[in-house]
Design a protein around this ligand. Structure first.
Ligand code: ATP
Ligand code: MG
Length: 592
């Protein structure tokens, strides 16, 4: 890579030529060993490993005992600091409560709650007793709740009084495996009509005998059940194990530059895997202070939180960044963001325009990284030590081997080394946070693996410097007149136009070309959604992409369909366009 490669953003503090730094990164990858990471943990005697021990107990009994583990910002504006020692106290008591209810190793305990402290305490208490923690979005309706709890055979549910009455009471009788419901927030409320085995979170914690030591779980014992976002179809239940924490910890250091003295804010809800791997486990294993914001997105308040809490590492998502980009450009300048050292994003491709906006308006480089529910942790990332090529998701983190491959249905893998070649992104199987099953779908799980590689279902390419570029999900790629078109490229070109906030691109059947490209766009305030703008956008796209790839049709929309984790659901736009069945919409946020 030449030092003057156009478009490259280099604001790293490292010295030396880019070639030297890439070589240093390669050396870090070569000398990396998961066993060395394991050695940074305490482990349990006899070779056991438990997330709660590494995330809470060892800090609570060590030098970080008085460090704030969680700073909770409530909806009412009040805040609560929970130190590592406090957290252990709360976790030990709730673990005791779970035990007193007869819950233990392998038992699935679900949570349906917004970001309240009890959610975080529950996660660690479930790990502590060797149970399986399964978080759900508080906004789910009764059907998605029932579907997920039935698939995982939930034995207990921790929720709030309000959510229970609105969403669970009517389906409880259908949940045949569910033995206990534990409510937060009904302390002084009316307990009339609540069935037996409905408990109060704080009351059972108070009366329980605290569990001080973690269950002797093995590194490969199940710990987490996480459902995928449902962007491409029915959500799948991915099971992760205790030693996944090795990857959460190592990637937090390598890909998020996180340290124990950091104030870390992961804006994701634990209903999405990012909010569990990096919104709970990673910061606690590192020993950092994490911000938990109970409220939903509000741009001005978010900038206020970054400033007031002196956030130093911020992990967010492209959809949030695009929402911030919609606000006035001088807004961030009114806040002191000087404590912010590292900004990262995950979940969807980060348009190059968003990276440039970060540099220009926030004065920060936004570091994109890539992973999936199935991978459990960050796999490909723009690390702090390397320059960013806007639009690229970066390089595989140490401990992870990635490749671009091609394969027939059941045929052998062909590895593509041409920097222009687009193919399926594959990862060498065996990293600690690799999912160990799709619950109830053995065959589907087996199909994800071939010759020792995990096939991700995403298409990408790898350039001559080893940077990976996202092309699209295999399901979303458009085949038009002999070209394979990744929606990301087209969407990114449209987002570069000053009128466009967000874009989603699909292929619609066409007799001549096979498929033609259609784009849906949302428009910035102050622009008329008229034919003149449509023509302007078409011309802009044609100029940027050429006529073969540019969209033929553009439709203006007030919003795009998104999952609760903020991912654009192109399959729904397509279903509406073609009058097809909409399929599973359990994770859909809003769509008029
Ligand atoms: P489902 O599997 O149910 O359709 P999903 O794939 O959206 O849902 P997640 O596991 O939450 O569920 O998302 C992982 C996917 O998100 C990746 O496979 C990829 O398509 C996309 N993704 C995540 N990060 C990035 C990124 N940095 N760039 C591009 N795409 C990304
Ligand atoms: Mg997926």
């Amino acid at each position: 890579m030449a030092d003057d490669t156009p478009g490259i953003i280099d604001k790293t503090e490292e010295r030396g030529s880019l070639t030297d730094r890439l070589a240093a990164f390669t050396r870090a990858r070569e000398t990396f060993d998961w066993e060395k990471v394991r050695a940074e943990f305490e482990g349990l005697s006899g070779g056991g490993f438990n997330i709660a021990h590494e995330a809470v107990d060892r800090h609570a009994t060590g030098s970080l005992a008085d460090n704030v583990a969680i700073r909770w910002l409530s909806k009412t504006g009040a805040s609560l600091d929970i130190t590592y020692a406090d957290l252990k106290h709360r976790v030990d008591r709730f673990a005791g409560a779970l035990k007193s209810l007869g819950l233990g190793k392998g038992d699935p305990v679900y949570v349906l709650a917004d970001r309240i402290p009890e959610l975080y305490v529950t996660a660690m208490a479930v790990f502590k007793i060797g149970g399986v923690f399964c978080p759900m979005f508080a906004a789910f309706g009764p059907e998605p709740i029932k579907q997920r709890m039935s698939i995982g055979g939930a034995r207990a549910l921790v929720t709030t009084d309000r959510l229970y009455r609105r969403k669970v009471a009517d389906i409880r009788a259908d949940l045949t495996t569910l033995d206990h419901v534990i409510l937060v927030g009904d302390e002084n409320g009316n307990r009339d009509g609540l069935p037996e085995n409905t408990h109060n979170f704080h009351a059972i914690s108070e009366s329980a005998v605290p569990v001080t030591d973690c269950a002797r779980t093995a590194p490969g014992d199940p710990a987490i059940l996480h459902f995928t976002s449902g962007t491409t179809g029915t959500p799948k239940g991915a099971v992760h194990v205790h030693e996944a924490a090795l990857a959460h910890y190592a990637t937090a250091k390598y890909a998020l530059d996180l340290r124990a003295d950091d104030i870390f804010w992961c804006t994701a809800d634990p209903g999405w895997v990012t909010g569990t791997s990096y919104g709970i486990i990673a910061p606690l294993t590192v020993g950092a202070t994490m911000i938990v914001d109970q409220q939903e997105f509000e741009g001005q308040r978010w900038y206020g939180t970054l400033q007031d809490e002196k956030v130093s590492v911020w992990y967010t998502a492209p959809t949030a960044i695009r929402m911030l980009m919609k606000l006035e450009d001088d807004l961030p300048k009114r806040f002191d963001l000087s404590h912010l050292r590292f900004v990262a994003s995950v979940g969807e491709p980060l348009n190059p325009e968003a990276v440039r906006w970060g540099v220009e308006i926030l004065d920060k480089v936004i570091h994109d990284n890539w992973w999936q529910t199935e991978t459990g942790g960050i796999m490909i990332a723009n690390a702090a030590s390397l320059p960013v090529k806007p639009g690229s998701m970066g390089l595989p983190v140490p401990g992870i081997d990635a490749a671009i491959i091609e394969h027939a249905e059941d045929g052998p893998l062909t590895f593509l080394s041409d920097p222009e070649a687009e193919g399926e992104l594959a990862l060498r199987a065996g990293w600690p946070s690799m999912f160990r099953m799709y619950l109830g779908q053995e065959e589907r799980y087996a199909k994800c693996f071939r010759d020792g590689w995990y096939l991700t279902g995403d298409l990408a390419r790898c350039d001559e410097d080893g940077y990976f570029w996202f092309v699209g999900r295999a399901d979303d790629v458009i085949k038009s007149a002999g070209h394979l078109i990744g929606p990301f490229e087209v969407e990114s070109a449209l987002v570069e136009h000053p009128a466009v906030v967000e874009a989603a691109v699909i292929g619609i059947p066409d007799e001549v070309s096979g498929e033609i490209v259609k784009a849906y766009v949302t428009v910035r305030k102050g622009y008329e959604k008229d034919d003149a703008l449509r023509r302007d956008l078409l011309a802009h796209a044609r100029k940027r992409l050429g006529p073969a790839i540019a969209p033929r049709q553009i439709e203006f929309r007030d919003s795009l369909p998104k999952t609760r984790s903020g991912k654009i659901m192109r399959r729904l736009l397509k279903a509406r366009e073609l009058g097809l069945a909409e399929g599973d919409t359990s994770t859909l946020e809003t769509f008029e």
